[in-house]
Design a protein around this ligand. Sequence first.
Ligand code: ZN
Length: 409
Amino acid sequence: MEKLYYRKRYLDSLETTIKEIVLSNGKVGLRFEEDIVFPGGGGQAADIASIVDNSNKIFEILSVEEDEVNGNLHYVNEASDFNVGDRVNINIDWKHREDNMHQHSGQHVLSGCFYKLFGRNTTGLHIGKLISQLDIEGLFDDEMVSKIELYANEIIQQSIEIENYVSEDDNIVTRRKLPETDNGIRILKIGDLDINACCGIHVYNTSDLKLIKIVRYYKNKNGTRFEYLVGKRAVDFVLKRENVFGKILNLYSCNEDTIINALMNERLKRDELVLEKKYLENKLLPTISNELMDSGESTFGEITLITKVFSNDQKWLIEDLGRYITENNRAIVFIANEKENNTEILLQCSKAISDEYHIINMGQLWKESSHIVRAKGGGSRFLAQGICEKAEDILVFFANIKSSIKNEK
Ligand SMILES: [Zn+2]
């Protein structure tokens, strides 16, 4: 049987003859005169394939058992009335095969580039369904990675033939040490970029790969792991990014040359605003906090109960105020912030007070009284917040919570 998949790498359909039928565990194993179904190997996934019999019935190939001597066995599930000598059609899921060839050939191009530019060898490969990973010796920086990516794509543009053949030459020099074997070794050669042992199926020419994109890289053990895409995967990724990038440029009224500066300025402005907000908070929070503490109501354990309804104020101010007062005083705050469409509510005390008195539990108090204002939300023992629908009853709500604290005591 000839493994046509090595000689005719782009053959996705073949009419052939059944040479032998083997029955095993309720499955039917078929051997063909010629074979185009790649069984997987070298890190590359097996083909997805099916067989069409002479009455146009389709049988999925469930698994392939490799057999170097007699030819691979292709298992189909259904009891079928195949006979030795039948002519059948084998069909390969071409999208799946082509995608896997792209990722695998792309890996050899990348591995060759890493070796040629930096003398670094490949230590691992995983061809994934969405993204592939390539492990390389040593560490890299952005500049080195950019050089690799440019070089790999230059190799694509140079349209270099990718040769795949069995070599009996014992003196052949490859990128990595060859395994010891008496049989010939399948070699993959990409011009003078790379020569290495490989049993995968590859494209004929580097130009078939279209594009190689390194998506990201990071330190992995003592080396570096690269995530990469090749072919349609790479093109789709770049087009999607370009689309998003175009929107960002529009948003900032910038072009490729000015966007980085604009974003740096934006970041500086944001840092300044954060400082301004901090400054304002430091001035404002103690003043409001003191006013509210003065107007608060004393209760057991030297705790002050504070009730305050703000109108159309900033949410961050309300939250910062709740935190500031409870961090700096023995106080429980009930704050509302009335807005046009809804009213924000915040119930807060310090963790220390809620540890001291188990009846002081903001989440629990919220649950018990929230029906009064039809509030949505909730929280923990020391912080509960949310919004309410019936803002006109907010003071009743607060009074109810206050009295339940006092009564429990
Ligand atoms: Zn390979």
